[in-house]
Ligand binder design. Sequence first.
Ligand SMILES: Nc1ncnc2c1ncn2[C@@H]1O[C@H](COP(=O)(O)OP(=O)(O)O)[C@@H](O)[C@H]1O
Ligand SMILES: [Mg+2]
Length: 306
Amino acid sequence: MSEELKRLALPNGRTKYLFFGGKGGVGKTTLATTTAVWFADHGYKTTIVSTDPTVSLSAMFDQRIGGEEAVPINHVSNLCGLNINPQDAKGVFKKRLNSLMGQIKDSFGSDGISTPCAEEMATFDQFVSFLEKPEGDVIVFDTAPTGKSLRELAMPFDWAGFMQKQIEEGQKFAGIMGMDASSLEDLDRDKRRYDAALAVLRDRATSVFTLVLLAERLPIEETHSAVTGLDKLGIPVQALVVNQRILPEVIEGNRFLAARAKLQVKYQGEIDARFGDFVRTSLPLLDRDVSDLSTLRHVGELLYGA
Ligand SMILES: Nc1ncnc2c1ncn2[C@@H]1O[C@H](COP(=O)(O)OP(=O)(O)O)[C@@H](O)[C@H]1O
Ligand SMILES: [Mg+2]
């Protein structure tokens, strides 16, 4: 178990936001759901939010988890789940954006709304509302594979910049163009919302970004690029979990396993050398997949203790 990872994740009188990112298939959903169940089992009011538009969360808990509102998870007290679906959120956001932009159509145009970024904006908008009114002790995010999450996080920077420009120009031309001052107030309010949300993400005491990886070359490179990308946004990565390590005691003379384990030891050395500043933890490769509550609880004990 990792005392250090647990110390990072424990709520400290305020709601704690725990993010699990990384390359596809490395174990983000496994880590996020394990963490959420562990905290809920230990009496913390917990919500797990997936921003990955797959059915992983519903499949993991064997119940329908939608995007409208958080639903209580069966057989786990204190735990609710929500699946933010960019497609669903898009409609809501588009409507709001349309009314907001009604008066500034010429400079933004309806084109802006159908850019490929609209989905990320919509997801982020729903995500921002979580950071605005924290409820409960722990909110765990199972994020989409690295590249997409980064775009989601970077979006409000462009968006806040765009709004800032509109506000400044709006103030200059409002009189001449006969613009309604209230639409500027809406823009300003949104900008402040996004700025506040980013401040939450950048606060090491409130938000903890953990990257999950395997002791292999490509996940290591992807981890490096995620760390760099998040750093550019002013968001610090605090921990790494190296998943699926082959433990010496399971090798029992098997040459195939021994070869894989040897490779992992080499790459673990590289991880330690390149990411020495982060809290590092590993999880063993299990003899089964992680797809039911009892296995999630088992992994939770390995990670955070009984
Ligand atoms: N330590 C582990 N031992 C055995 N199987 C694992 C382990 N970690 C993850 N898995 C399995 O690997 C697959 C991918 O994990 P998942 O958490 O869905 O990855 P991601 O969310 O990053 O795409 C799942 O089938 C999961 O059950
Ligand atoms: Mg997943």
